[in-house]
Design a protein around this ligand. Structure first.
Ligand code: AOF
Ligand code: ZN
Length: 332
């Protein structure tokens, strides 16, 4: 398929505006839409929050609000338009009513209720449809949604912070916070983009963390998941008393795989595993980690606890900085 520079510009814009829904649309994917006419972008829309308009419908409203006639325009959508009545009416109908003459799609929708039906409905109605523009970028943007549609389990991201030498804790306890404020903000962004955050009981006993999103704005807090088969955590632990949702897995815990199936059934698409090292290594030993984020500070612990993580089956795909910390991203 030959794409013009203008086609690419429009789809890139659709991908960019889709980002505005990040953290607020799960279990739906991020979706963006741009309407263009006579080589000019006339409107844009995105799926902003769960229950809100779908991207196509927001773009059509945007055109109307700005006095543009959508008749004969081209819609660039990052996901195949839906043709089902869900939380909103079908986008295929909205596009037809708006008199759109061509739809360009980045990625097909694997949702069993859509899966090609949106495209065939548009074609049957006489619309010109082209697929696959910037498909890889759309795939990356919707990664956890696509993974969950295929596997009915969450995409598992591990995040671990260490000192300069790979120590995960300072037993002397008089060490200053070993992550910078900018780094903590990044961690909260990562939490915001996760549907659930998991730690082992030892982390709760030792740190009594709240595991909430606080440094960035959010509409909803991720579910906290605590693995505690030996019932080690106290009844007054923050995660059990602060009013936000927690799954405290005690005697019902039957292993990581069935837990991931259970979380998948709860529509958890991205699970962030935040520690500690024993829990993380259980995930690694069972090949259940999709992505590993290593945050390395340049300070040194006084009384270090060195932890080893076997990342042999992972490839380092990115190196960056979060504030003072050096961050490497490894994928399976
Ligand atoms: C689109 N445009 O912007 C989005 C789509 O129950 P609903 O109404 O929230 O529909 C959710 C499903 O619709 C979701 O799982 C995915 O298949 C599709 N999402 N489709 O045409 C959009 N967000
Ligand atoms: Zn839709």
């Amino acid at each position: 398929m030959a794409w013009s520079d203008f086609d690419i510009t429009c789809m890139q814009r659709a991908l960019d505006v889709a980002e505005r829904g990040r953290g607020n649309v799960r279990p739906n994917p991020l979706v963006g839409c741009v309407l263009a006419k006579d080589d000019e972008i006339i409107a844009e829309g995105w799926h902003d929050h769960l229950g809100g308009l779908h991207a196509e419908q927001m773009a059509i409203h945007d055109a109307e609000d700005n006095g543009h006639n959508t008749n004969g325009s081209t819609a660039y959508v990052t996901l195949e338009p839906c043709n089902h009545y869900g939380r909103t009416p079908p986008c295929t109908e909205a596009l037809l009513w708006a008199g759109i003459s061509e739809v360009v799609i980045a990625h097909k929708d694997p949702n069993p209720v859509v899966r090609g039906n949106g495209i065939s409905e548009l074609i049957d109605a006489g619309m010109k449809v082209r697929c696959g523009l910037l498909e890889e970028k759309a795939n990356l943007q919707m990664r956890e949604f696509l993974y969950w549609c295929e596997n009915r389990r969450p995409w598992v991201t591990v995040k671990i912070a260490t000192d300069k030498n790979g120590s995960v804790d300072d037993l002397s306890k008089n060490a200053a916070r070993f992550t910078s404020h900018e780094c903590l903000t990044k961690v909260h962004e990562l939490r915001k983009d996760s549907d659930a955050i998991l730690v082992g009981a030892n982390t709760i006993v030792r740190d009594n963390p709240s595991l909430t999103v606080r440094l960035v704005e959010t509409d909803n807090q991720p579910l906290r998941v605590i693995i505690d088969p030996n019932k080690k955590i106290e009844d007054d632990a923050t995660v059990l008393t602060d009013g936000y949702a927690t799954k405290h897995l005690t005697t019902e815990f039957r292993g990581l795989e069935s837990m991931l199936d259970m979380l998948g059934d709860l529509q958890i698409q991205r699970l962030l595993v935040e520690g500690g090292p024993i829990t993380i290594n259980h995930f690694l030993e069972n090949n259940l980690v999709n992505e590993f984020i290593l945050v390395r500070s340049d300070i040194e612990h006084n009384d270090p606890v060195i932890a080893k993580f076997n990342l042999e089956s992972f490839t380092k795909i990115k190196e960056t900085n979060w504030g003072n910390e050096c961050v490497t991203l490894h994928q399976c």
